[in-house]
Design a protein around this ligand. Structure first.
Ligand SMILES: NC(=O)c1ccc[n+]([C@@H]2O[C@H](COP(=O)([O-])OP(=O)(O)OC[C@H]3O[C@@H](n4cnc5c(N)ncnc54)[C@H](O)[C@@H]3O)[C@@H](O)[C@H]2O)c1
Length: 260
């Protein structure tokens, strides 16, 4: 990576141990940012922190369940104590359930909303006071499921639409302090979550997980899934100087799926 746009900048990333969050951690570190990595999977998060340090930056690994507002406040306080500032917040921690609506218990609904939406809220609320000092970028990882409907996806879609509404209002509220807030809405992206979706949704269409994955690729105008680094590249752009006038947007990174 020749371009180091984030030297002397600090990025906080939730869900950094796997998938899109991990790709964001590696991309921001490769571009010179010190990174604070929030995830509940401590073992995998430790490996990601080591990879980030290999880019010559500081990486703080923070065990944190984003459903727990106190744990998020503690983690963010530790990041600020270590680095003194937060320039970019990327919220990628998330889960998928794959249940049809009658199967969704109160507890399952709450767990998914608590992770995907409450967690995004807690991380934003805890990071914003530090971001107001010098301005910054909030990037919430939503989904194409925020704007399109899918079988066995209602509670996930609700959480992802909620992230867009949250982000649009943050953009208005925080704009005067030079903080931008945007969502990225990825299409199917090659992570372990996509494998979970295939296992849970495929059989509902009488397909094996592999058959369902094939059908999803055929349904995409680009005939392939996104790689996590392609989502991370958009997050890095949104945190860069080139994107200072972009705020309140939900940016579809879906290979054209929304056109179908
Ligand atoms: N993979 C896709 O096809 C896809 C598509 C659209 C949107 N997304 C969104 O992208 C984001 C990242 O998903 P991914 O595909 O990388 O999944 P992933 O399962 O690979 O990674 C999710 C990460 O979030 C962490 N996490 C989950 N619950 C947590 C909690 N309570 N506290 C802290 N960390 C927690 C996990 O440990 C993991 O590191 C999610 O918000 C997801 O909804 C994914």
């Amino acid at each position: 990576m020749s371009c180091r746009r984030f030297t002397e900048r600090v990025a906080v990333i939730s869900g950094s141990a796997h998938g899109i969050g991990r790709a964001c951690a590696e991309r921001f570190a490769a571009e010179g940012a010190d990174v604070a990595l929030l995830d509940q999977d401590e073992t995998a998060n430790r490996e990601v922190a080591a990879i980030c340090r290999g880019h010559g930056v500081a990486a703080l690994q923070l065990a944190c369940d984003v459903r727990d507002s106190g744990a998020v406040e503690d983690a963010m306080a530790r990041a600020i104590a270590a680095f003194g500032r937060i320039d970019a917040l990327i919220n990628s921690a998330g889960i998928y359930a794959g249940q049809c609506i009658e199967e969704v218990s109160d507890a399952a609904w709450r767990e998914l909303l608590a992770t995907n939406l409450d967690g995004t809220f807690y991380c934003c609320r805890a990071a914003i006071p530090a971001m107001r000092t010098q301005g910054g970028s909030i990037i919430n990882i939503s989904s194409m499921a925020a704007r399109a409907g899918f079988t066995a996806t209602a509670q996930y879609s609700a959480s992802k639409s909620g992230q867009i509404g949250l982000t649009r209002s943050l953009a208005v509220e925080l704009g005067p302090d030079r903080i931008t807030a945007n969502t990225i809405c990825p299409g199917n992206t090659r992570t372990r979550m996509l494998d979970q979706v295939a296992q849970r949704v495929g059989p509902r269409f009488n397909m094996s997980p592999d058959e369902w994955l094939q059908s999803r690729q055929q349904a995409c105008p680009l005939r392939r899934f996104a790689e996590p680094r392609e989502i991370a590249g958009v997050a890095a752009f949104l945190a860069s100087e080139d994107a200072r006038y972009i705020t309140g947007q939900a940016i579809q990174v879906d290979g054209g799926m929304e056109l179908r």
